[in-house]
Structure formats: structure tokens, C-alpha cells
Design a protein around this ligand. Structure first.
Ligand code: ADP
Length: 346
């Protein structure tokens, strides 16, 4: 019996993500929480003939806390795509403050109601919202770093697709052969394509400019979608797919299926000092930056171990330079996230 809760289930990401979760036979209960239209989405999905029982939870008013508590009660896995898109006249700082408050309050509810759940954070800016979640859980005394995941899978999904096009191999065959580490925005995203694998000879044939264009496309792929949607939003469907791919790994691990160790597993943005060997990685190779995306091996819904890219994967000098740049951006986002919580009341 596995209960999954989606917070922000009626949104652009939330709806297709909930659809994909409804199709997973391991899910017995799917709780859809949103401040609007959760019941409508739930009614719609509930007609699909798969085992998951779907319920919608929507607060009657701002003071109503029962909907979120009922949605979270007994949950094994909580996925959070909740947030607000940037509206005309809003600055990035305005957006940060709104999404930061949404994450802070949702995670506080998770900490109080479902402290054992694995938490997958999709809401942006992930580089800062995951530190917010960690800080909230620490304040509540229930932080389990093995169960807090920033979802960075869309970067891997894009890297596989774009590299597949470039070296003319099926993108599906690249899963587990390349890896993306670092953070989840712009130049904090570090694709590693020289991981020891049978595509190395094709990767080595790329020109410097092809390589640089590829890195840029993975780092700023989200902008292509924003531009193409022309005011109607950002990546939602590909994000839902990516979020589901990571959630499926967590569900598989809950069902006793271990993460494959023959290929590189998907990365996640995690609190390194909370997992064995993480503190050492942060101090030795990451200038003590505590949150970083690395490939994670899962067991029973939590991180069993991670793969140290600098020891187990081939990281080239070019890739090391990308890491160096990423660390600066990560450091300031992490600081922004944790000081936001320190200055707020839970
Ligand atoms: P995206 O494209 O990132 O999915 P949307 O605006 O389409 O962005 O979806 C975000 C969803 O998050 C919306 O359905 C919105 O109602 C929901 N949401 C906003 N605030 C909260 C909150 N505090 N709790 C749960 N859901 C929320």
C-alpha cells in the first residue's frame, strides 16, 4: 500500500504528473492537493481504470487546514510542483518570496503530518527551495536528509535528448551513460558526458563549438520552451515526465526493487552532509557547498548512497570548470533559502 500526495496537483506540471502517477500500479492511493480545482482533477483521473484510488483535497478558505492534513496523512511520497508563475510586473525576487513561502508552509505541514514521507521538490528555484525545505524540517526536528530530493531529472532528460540528436544515437540508450550534476538552473547545471561508457568515442568526435552549444542548450533548455509558449508558461509536460521518472525510481525502491548499479542512476539535488561520504565530497571537491545534485542510489524510498562523480565518473577539465562556476551560484541560492526560513515563523 503506497500513498502518494501531489501538492499543486491542478497546475501545468501537477496535472500531467498526477496522470502519470495514476498509471503506476504500485500507487494504491493518490491524494491531489491544490488551492484550486483539486477535486475536479481528482474526479477526472479517478475514472481511469488503474488501481490507485484518487482523492482531491482543496481548502474551503485560507484558514482551512483540514484539506492539507487529510491529503498528507499516511503519505509515503509527497511530490511538490506547487507555485505561482511570474506575472507581468513581478520581479524574480517577488516570485522567490511567494514560492519560498509556499514551500515553507507545505513542508511544515509535511513535517508535522507525514514526517516519514519522501519529499520530492519540483517548485523553482530548486537550488533555494530544497534548502528551505531542509531548514523547515530541521526546525521541526524531523529532518531526514535521505528523504529530501530536489528534482533535477529534467536536466538529464534534456541532456539525453540533445546529446542523442548530436551523436545520432537513440536518446533512450543514453540513460545511465551520461549524468548531470550541480544545481537546477542555468550555469549551475553541469552535464557530464564523458562518463566511462561505450559512447565515449562518439562524444570525443564532437567539436569544441558543438560541445559548448550542447552544454548551453541543456543549461538554458527551459528558455526554448518559454519562448515557444509565448507567454503561456514554461516547461510543464517534459517536467511532469521528468518528475515522474524520478518518482517512479522512489516507488520502485519502496517496492524492494533496487536502483541498478550497472549504469549511472538519476541525480538529485540533496543535502550532502546528511548522507555517508557527503561531507567529505563537499569539503574536498565542492568548497563546502552543502547542496548539490549527484547520482543517487535508492533503497526503501530513501537515499542509500550516492555516486561521487570525481571518483567514480570521468570528469574532464572542461567539466571541472563548469562545476567551479556552478558553485558560486549554488552558494548564494542556498544562503538565500536558509536565511528565508531563519527569518520566518513556522
Ligand atoms: P507550473 O507550470 O509550474 O505547474 P502552475 O501555475 O500551472 O505552474 O501550477 C502551480 C499550481 O500550484 C497551481 O495549480 C496553483 O493553484 C498551485 N498552488 C499555488 N499555491 C499553492 C499552495 N499553497 N498549495 C498548493 N498548491 C498551490
Amino acid at each position: 500500500m503506497v500513498k502518494v500526495t501531489v501538492c499543486g496537483a491542478a497546475g501545468g506540471i501537477g496535472q500531467p504528473l498526477s496522470l502519470l502517477l495514476k498509471l503506476n500500479p504500485q500507487v494504491s492511493e493518490l491524494a491531489l492537493f491544490d488551492i484550486v480545482n483539486a477535486k475536479g482533477v481528482a474526479a477526472d483521473l479517478s475514472h481511469i481504470c488503474t488501481p490507485a484510488v484518487v482523492n482531491g483535497y482543496q481548502p474551503a478558505n485560507k484558514e482551512d487546514k483540514t484539506a492539507i492534513v487529510d491529503a498528507l496523512k499516511g503519505s509515503d511520497l509527497v511530490v511538490i510542483p506547487a507555485g505561482v508563475p511570474r506575472k507581468p510586473g513581478m520581479t524574480r525576487a517577488d516570485l522567490f518570496n511567494i514560492n519560498a513561502s509556499i514551500i515553507r508552509d507545505l513542508v511544515a505541514n509535511i513535517g508535522r503530518t507525514a514526517p516519514n514521507a519522501a519529499i520530492l521538490i519540483i517548485s523553482n528555484p530548486v537550488n533555494a527551495t530544497v534548502p528551505i525545505a531542509a531548514e523547515v524540517l530541521k526546525k521541526l526536528g524531523v529532518f531526514n536528509p535521505r528523504k529530501l530530493f530536489g528534482v533535477t531529472t529534467l536536466d538529464s532528460v534534456r541532456a539525453e535528448t540533445f546529446l542523442g540528436e548530436l551523436i545520432d544515437v537513440a536518446p533512450t540508450s543514453l540513460k545511465g551513460k551520461i549524468s548531470v550534476i550541480g544545481g537546477h538552473s542555468g550555469d549551475t547545471i553541469v552535464p557530464l558526458i564523458n562518463v566511462n561508457s561505450d559512447i565515449a568515442s562518439k562524444v570525443n568526435k564532437l567539436s569544441k563549438s558543438q560541445y559548448e552549444k550542447f552544454i548551453n542548450r541543456v543549461q538554458f533548455g527551459g528558455d526554448e520552451v518559454v519562448k515557444a509558449k509565448n507567454g503561456a508558461g514554461s516547461a510543464t509536460l517534459s517536467m511532469a515526465y521528468a518528475g515522474y521518472r524520478f518518482a517512479e525510481g522512489v516507488l520502485d525502491s519502496l517496492a524492494g526493487k533496487p536502483t541498478s548499479t550497472t549504469t549511472v542512476p538519476d541525480s538529485s539535488y540533496i543535502y550532502l552532509p546528511g548522507v555517508p561520504g557527503g561531507k567529505e565530497l563537499a569539503s574536498k571537491s565542492l568548497k563546502n557547498v552543502d547542496f548539490f545534485s549527484v547520482p543517487v542510489v535508492l533503497e526503501n524510498g530513501q537515499i542509500k548512497s550516492f555516486i561521487n562523480p570525481f571518483e567514480s565518473l570521468k570528469v574532464t577539465d572542461d567539466e571541472k570548470k563548469l562545476v567551479e562556476t556552478a558553485l558560486g551560484g549554488l552558494e548564494s541560492s542556498i544562503k538565500q533559502g536558509s536565511s528565508f526560513v531563519q527569518g520566518s515563523k513556522l
